[in-house]
Design a protein around this ligand. Sequence first.
Ligand SMILES: [Zn+2]
Ligand SMILES: [Zn+2]
Length: 284
Amino acid sequence: MIEVTLLGTGSPIPDARRAGPSTLVRAGGQTFLVDCGRGVQQRLTAAGAGANGLTALLLTHLHSDHIADLGDVLITRWVTTFTPDAPPLPIIGPPGTAEVVDATLKAFGFDIGYRIAHHADLTAPPPVDVYEHTAGVVWDHDGVTISVAPTDHRPVAPTIGFRVEHAGASVVLAGDTVPCETLDQLAAGAGALVHTVIRKDLIEAMPMQRIRDICDYHSSVEEAAATATRAGVGILVLTHYVPSIEPGKEDDWRALAATAFDRQIELGDDLHRVEVHPGVCRRA
Ligand SMILES: [Zn+2]
Ligand SMILES: [Zn+2]
């Protein structure tokens, strides 16, 4: 079984009830954090996880809402790991990830210096291993494999989606993208597809051109649902709601998805959890 927890279902627009984009994937005793938006660590704690228990960090792309709390994750993992010679945190992302991680550690350079000077058992900066990929198998450990494929969020490029597989169960995390063939292939036959969505019908009516600009590089609810249908996935999990789902309006979003996808649809608040079983799919 693979367990998916929507840690943050928000977007770049601050929301009192929703953290920034971030999803937790647990499979075969391994814990993967996919993107690390605003407020991710409060949600990690609520989900019974922590930065010091992450197996790897996966980044779909380098937009600010998806990496806003990268520094917090790196520093918190470092100062709350008490085993000597802790292994580096694997960070897998698109090209550019190493530069972002380096710059983030640089931004926290004073903090890192203070802590190394103060604590005898902290002798080096946070250990990380960064891997940049756009396609192929990127992880194969203890029964969990992860592969990536390019997505289409242009002009933001390159961007990638992840497919996590364990014991016959599979989950694909699309990130921000318009419908594209490489995502269809990555998601083919998956147990679940976690897809970021925007309501183009609502956004196109907004007066600010800068907001309307986002329609050209995101999938609408219906487009994400059509992707799920083409790929033949079992469960469609919607997240990254723009605009935020108003309380009590979840069924409107579900109905839009149902116009293009006739299987299980999951959406909700932060910490919404979905179990993805091999063959059988059901809500947690
Ligand atoms: Zn984005
Ligand atoms: Zn985004």
